[in-house]
Design a protein around this ligand. Structure first.
Ligand code: SF4
Ligand code: SF4
Ligand code: SF4
Length: 385
């Protein structure tokens, strides 16, 4: 009965998502009041540019309201129900923040600088440096409606394969060479170090820690429930264009680069998706990454990427600290007892497991077999003094 209910629920969720996606194309959700897709230096930071930020401010406001409603609903539920309180204390997350006096590791500093710098270039790069790299596609979620980005984001042509194959052959070749090249060389380091959607989600996680709000720890069942959503998203991204739909109509990435560049973009389906993404990633770190179709495609190449998470199984005490810290719920990092390579296709290479591991050299991020970041008991103990 349970299995039947699960299947029915899964089927209904997938059907609702496909239905919503199809209608997002039919209704005038995704509109541009102006026919401009680029920005100029003299337009940046002007009143006109500020006015174009209003949709983003509304999205942020709606996300703040959704977060506050969720927090007060949770508090009310917990104050009335002992069983719910017990469940919440087992599934809430307060760890992960830096403690007072704790120094951020070099790996994490580089990760944050890289995400911020790349996101900045994906907003203003073309305007500031000239459109030198606009034929190069990089597999991140950073809407290329803003044509002033440093490079193009592969998400547009991946979700409009029919359009891609109508381009000149040289452009098609350049698209595949650059997209696959980046995916092969960097794998999901792209998720941990470059993607602007990843940065937006990490900022929400940072905000949660700053406001000392409890997050949600997802268990296996919760991750399992998201698998059909991820498959549906993948189907919508690659296949919607072939049945006359447009994935961009409800893609949350439309509210980052284009809006910050000062272009007039959707407040509707994409904007409301972004409210869900921001609210979800406030409570659950990298919430959208668990269902991201592009992340899934990157994961396929991650199998052969030179960047790996490796484990010295003899040093591991199976304490589970790495699993608790992992935003993608990857169990192999603490369960694996034989193989040293514990890189999974869902790993976004954030390094949180390494940072939280209390055993010397039990976990490492490596590149071509050389360690670039390794766990240290000393560093973990120092944080609790
Ligand atoms: S999983 Fe998707 S949204 Fe998340 S960082 Fe990777 S490409 Fe970006
Ligand atoms: S945190 Fe380190 S010691 Fe603990 S289970 Fe993970 S790898 Fe093993
Ligand atoms: S396994 Fe480690 S590096 Fe990969 S997502 Fe989990 S915490 Fe991040």
């Amino acid at each position: 009965m349970n299995t039947l209910r699960k299947r029915v629920l899964t089927t209904l969720t997938c059907a609702a998502l496909v239905f919503a996606a199809y209608h997002a194309w039919r209704l005038p959700f995704y509109e541009y009041a102006e026919e401009i897709y680029t920005t100029t230096k003299d337009r940046l930071f002007t009143l006109d540019w500020l006015l174009h930020l209003i949709p983003l401010l509304i999205i942020l406001g709606l996300s703040a309201i959704a977060i506050m409603i969720s927090i007060s609903a949770r508090e009310k539920l917990l104050s009335q129900n002992t069983a719910a309180r017990r469940f919440a204390s087992a599934h809430s997350e307060t760890s992960g923040k830096r403690l007072p006096g704790q120094r951020a590791s070099g790996f994490m500093v580089i990760r944050w600088i890289s995400m911020i710098l790349f996101s900045f270039l994906m907003i203003f790069g073309g305007t500031l440096l000239g459109a030198r790299f606009d034929k190069i596609s990089i597999p991140v979620f950073s809407c290329p409606v803003n044509m002033s980005q440093l490079t193009e984001s592969s998400c547009y042509y991946l979700s409009h394969l029919a359009d891609l194959f109508s381009l000149p052959v040289s452009d098609i070749i350049l698209f595949f060479v650059s997209t696959i090249g980046f995916a092969l060389v960097l794998g999901r380091m792209i998720c941990g170090f470059l993607c602007p959607m990843g940065l937006a989600q990490d900022l929400m996680d940072l905000l949660r820690h700053r406001t000392k709000t409890e997050g949600i720890i997802m268990n296996d069942r919760m991750y399992g429930a998201l698998v059909p959503v991820r498959w549906t998203m993948l189907f919508l991204m690659l296949g919607l264009t072939f049945i006359g739909g447009n994935f961009c109509n409800f893609c949350p990435a439309v509210t980052i680069s284009p809006v910050l560049a000062g272009l007039q973009v959707s407040l509707f389906a994409g904007g409301f998706m972004m409210v869900i993404v921001l609210t979800g990633s406030f409570f659950k770190r990298r919430f959208f990454c668990t269902i991201c179709p592009l992340g899934y495609l990157l994961g396929l190449f991650h199998r052969i990427s030179p960047f790996r998470i490796t484990k010295d199984c003899t040093a591991c005490t199976e304490c589970g600290a790495c699993y608790d810290a992992c935003p993608m719920g990857i169990k192999a990092i603490y369960k694996e007892r034989e193989n040293s390579d514990v890189t999974e296709i869902t790993c976004i290479m954030c390094g949180e497991c390494v940072r939280k591991c209390p055993e010397d050299k039990a976990l490492s991020v490596t590149c071509l077999g050389r360690s670039v970041y390794t766990s240290s008991r000393d560093k973990v103990v120092r944080n609790y003094r």
